[in-house]
Design a protein around this ligand. Structure first.
Ligand code: C2O
Ligand code: CU
Length: 464
């Protein structure tokens, strides 16, 4: 057993030697590395070349990070890329300093450098981590992974599958990524969308199943811009949680459902297909159902149909109160192709839409393109905030708030489920409310990553 004295002596030895490699240093500190680096993956079908990717620990998706609710996550991020990078822990209510937003919560980590991420995970649920520097490029190259926080007591399911959905824009000859990550057309329209749809990095993922088995499917949409319309075939299913947060009661799946970029969904699904048949997670494209994931059903007579699931336990301190005296704000989203935006402020100067387009910028929030020095909302800790959002564009957007979950305030005054990413369609006005209970500067942006990079980004300051 290492005594404290021996440990200290070891520390002295380390400090006095100058050229300790980073990995060795991190290992010596008992920390776990998470390294962003180049790699390859067989994303295109067999017979095609492997695709050059950037991935955490060299793979895509990156390693699954799994911990128990209330446990501490510690990773020394090592940037082995030729570009600066950071890691953002999407959906976790953590310390602002750990949120991974370059220029807002930390300096970008330079190539060859490290950053220690360390925080406790207050909420059980399905989350993910991804690069937050030049994310249009870095996430498209594969820098993302699942982050699972387990409930203190495991819910009653037979199996669990984490399914990370993405689409890759590959050259069909070479199977390599289209390198135009800043493409004007993508930025000004619906974002960068791929031509090869995958789950967990595979285009034809197949998971053997048995009749009457109950799966927990943890769906994560890691795509740059694609909204997945999904459905079930050969399953009976319920939505148990959205964006990590349990619904008050499971919602039976009767139709297709949407999963916007950045969003997650926890489903419980029971296999009802017969042995020898297939069950599917279905991806609906232009009204046609395609297999997103196949579940060949094997013979097994040992199981019987289960009772419908009950709700997952709620996460702590999620009540929204004081709505009557809430601080209010409004967000007017404009721009994009076929939009009405005439002029907006970029870098402190009023510009025409044409001038903005020349700068490869297309979207404005309250008349300003991109981040500003002043937050959209500055609020004291503990207050409720009501934010009305008007999507005055012809495109959908997936608005993501860092650091806090919100609820939609429905037109009848009722609350919608807790979310961290709100999918909004063109022309819609929606209202969200949240408790400003997490101090710090929090980004609020469109998770169609090309939109964020071409104007759709603002922030919220919660005073301590
Ligand atoms: Cu999932 Cu600001 O990001
Ligand atoms: Cu958008």
């Amino acid at each position: 057993m290492t005594t404290r004295r021996a440990f200290l002596a070891g520390g002295v030895a380390l400090a006095s030697s100058t050229a300790v490699p980073v990995a060795a240093w991190a290992g010596a500190q008992g920390k776990t590395l998470l390294e962003a680096k180049e790699g390859t993956a067989q994303i295109a079908p067999a017979g095609y070349a492997r695709t050059a990717i950037w991935g955490y620990d060299g793979g895509v998706p990156g390693p699954e990070i799994r911990l128990r609710q209330g446990d501490r996550l510690q990773r020394t991020f090592l940037n082995g890329l030729p570009q600066p990078s950071t890691v953002h822990w999407h959906g976790l209510r953590i310390d602002n300093a750990m949120d991974g937003v370059p220029g807002l919560t930390q300096q970008a980590v330079q190539p060859g450098q490290t950053f220690d991420y360390s925080f406790t995970a207050p909420d059980a649920g399905t989350y993910w981590y991804h690069a937050h520097e030049r994310s249009t490029e870095q996430v498209a190259r594969g820098l993302y992974g699942p982050l699972i926080v387990e409930e203190p007591e495991q819910p009653d399911v037979d199996r669990e599958e984490v399914l990370v959905l993405d689409d890759w824009l590959l050259n069909p000859e070479t199977a390599q990524l289209d390198p135009d990550f800043m493409a004007r057309h993508d930025r000004s329209h619906a974002g960068r969308r791929g031509n090869l749809i995958v789950t967990n990095g595979q285009y034809d993922l197949s998971i053997p199943a048995r009749r009457h088995e109950r799966f927990r499917l943890r769906l994560i949409n890691a795509a740059n811009a694609r909204i997945f319309e999904l459905g079930l075939a050969g399953f009976e299913g319920w939505v148990l949680a959205e964006d990590g947060m349990p619904l008050a009661a499971p919602r039976k799946i009767a139709d297709t459902f949407l999963l916007g970029p950045g969003q997650r969904m926890d489903l419980f699904v029971d296999v009802v297909a017969e042995a020898g048949d297939m069950a599917h997670l279905v991806h609906v494209v232009d009204g046609e159902g395609l297999a997103q994931v196949s579940f060949p059903v094997q013979r097994d007579n040992s199981r019987t149909r289960r009772a419908p699931p009950t709700a997952l336990p709620a996460n702590p301190a999620m009540e929204i109160s004081g709505l009557e005296t809430a601080q209010t704000a409004r967000l007017h989203m404009e721009g994009g192709a076929m939009g009405r935006l005439q002029t907006a402020v970029l870098d402190g100067k009023e510009r025409t839409f044409r001038q903005l387009a020349q700068a490869n910028q297309f979207w404005s929030f309250n008349g300003t393109v991109g981040m500003t020095d002043t937050p959209l909302v500055a609020v004291d800790k503990g207050r409720a905030v009501r934010l009305e959002i008007f999507n005055d564009t012809v495109f959908p957007h997936a608005m993501h708030l860092h650091g806090m979950h919100f609820r939609e305030v429905m037109t009848d005054g009722q609350f919608g489920p807790l979310r961290d990413t709100l999918l909004m369609f063109g022309g819609q006005t929606r209202e969200i409310a949240f408790m400003a209970d997490n101090p710090g500067d929090w980004l609020f942006h469109c998770h169609m990553l090309g939109h964020a990079a071409s104007g759709m980004m603002t922030w919220v300051r919660v005073a301590a």
